[in-house]
Design a binder for this molecule. Structure first.
Ligand code: KG4
Ligand code: ZN
Length: 349
């Protein structure tokens, strides 16, 4: 059993958590959404500065809520890739310093491996192999989870990530930021069949479509054209119907690919991760399709879907249990494929 204190600062959430294997002892998250809202997106320099300002009190509160002192902590972890370089550096530097100061092993964690581990926090009976549908502001991936540190990406987006598409479509309808929750709320009052929008197929050179990859730029352009046409006709935008139709197209696209992937690879469980996992349309579509095909689908609670340090600590605890530790020379990387996760570790001496 390993008790890990982890720091997550890869984007606009400052978070520190203490996790014992799959049990969350504390998970403090300070969101910067209000800071970035006026700019319609995350401003990297402001994100780094806010992480510096907030990290100390978030850390103090996480330790206090866990009711542990440093003797009870077996290792310190921090997200080191992928993400905003300046933001990642704040958490990584703090994590390495704490590890050195308290003489604990240090572990760098891949942010997407963290999102995969979010499912373990609420499902103690979940073990590989399974399929992870990771849908966030930066990623839309179908990942075959074979073991801790052993992942194969089977499908990806060719352009915008699902969350990015929600944010961009919300912006072009002047709805505010972040767009996902706003569209989700409006969609509840709209007709998903009001507008027939493209689902975003990725063509193959030999004809036909890629079964697991998605593309959201065509869908975004279709909404743009529709709003331009309606505005030119001086019509009021039917934002509820537009939101519902757009959300339905995204949910259909993701569900179709996830189900095809699970069936083709003989995986009976689909675990969802990332901020878009909160989407009610996606949940409904996926749940219904999974029941039809006799598959199990796991939606972690919202607090573990969006960025948080508990998922990072959970991934680190599993690595620590296997004797994996990172060197204190570890740096940050803005991009890093999941297949390279094991490069972050060496066997503990
Ligand atoms: O995982 P996350 O918190 O951050 C990273 O990108 O890593 O995901 C944030 C994304 C944003 O694009 C946001 O608009 C989207 O998740 N999101 C949603 C919903 N809640 C958050 N998208 C659709 N429906 C939602 N209810
Ligand atoms: Zn994330």
């Amino acid at each position: 059993m390993a008790t890990v204190l982890a720091l997550e600062t890869s984007c606009d959430e400052t978070s520190v958590a203490v996790v014992r294997d799959r049990t969350v002892l504390s998970n403090v998250v300070s969101s910067q959404i209000k800071t970035h809202q006026p700019y319609g997106g995350v401003v990297p320099e402001m994100a780094s500065r806010q992480h510096v300002e907030n990290l100390n009190w978030v850390l103090a509160r996480a330790l206090e809520e866990a009711a542990l002192d440093w003797d009870g902590i077996d290792g310190v972890a921090a997200t080191c890739a992928p993400g905003l370089v300046g933001a990642l550096l704040v958490g990584l530097t703090a994590g390495k310093t704490l590890a050195l100061l308290h003489n604990k092993p240090f572990l760098g964690v891949h942010h997407l491996e963290g999102h995969i581990y979010a499912s373990y926090l609420s499902s103690p009976d979940l073990f590989p192999p399974f399929l992870c549908l990771l849908v966030s502001g930066g990623h839309t991936s179908l990942i075959y989870v074979k073991d801790c540190g052993d992942y194969q990406t089977l499908g990806e987006t060719r352009d915008d990530a699902a969350g990015e598409a929600f944010d961009k479509v919300a912006r072009l309808m002047d709805l505010g930021y972040p767009g996902g929750p706003i569209i989700d709320k409006l969609a509840k009052e709209g007709d998903p069949h009001a507008f027939r929008l493209p689902e975003g197929q990725v063509s193959l050179p030999e004809g036909g479509y890629h079964p697991y990859d998605s593309s959201f730029s065509g869908l975004k352009t279709a909404v743009l054209r529709l709003t331009q046409k309606l505005r030119a006709e001086q019509q009021e935008l039917p934002i509820q119907d537009l939101a519902a139709s757009f959300q339905d197209a995204v949910a259909r696209a993701l569900t179709k690919r996830a189900i095809a992937c699970a069936l083709d690879y003989g995986l009976d469980t689909i675990a969802i991760g990332g901020g878009v996992a909160a989407n009610s349309g996606l949940r409904q579509h996926l749940q219904a399709a999974a029941e039809t095909h006799n598959l199990r689908v796991l939606f972690p609670p919202l607090k573990f879907c969006t960025d948080n340090a508990a998922m990072i600590a959970c991934a680190a605890a599993e690595h620590l249990n296997r004797g994996h530790v990172s060197p204190l020379t570890l740096g940050v990387r803005s991009r890093m494929p999941l297949t390279e996760v094991m490069q972050l570790y060496q066997e503990a001496s």
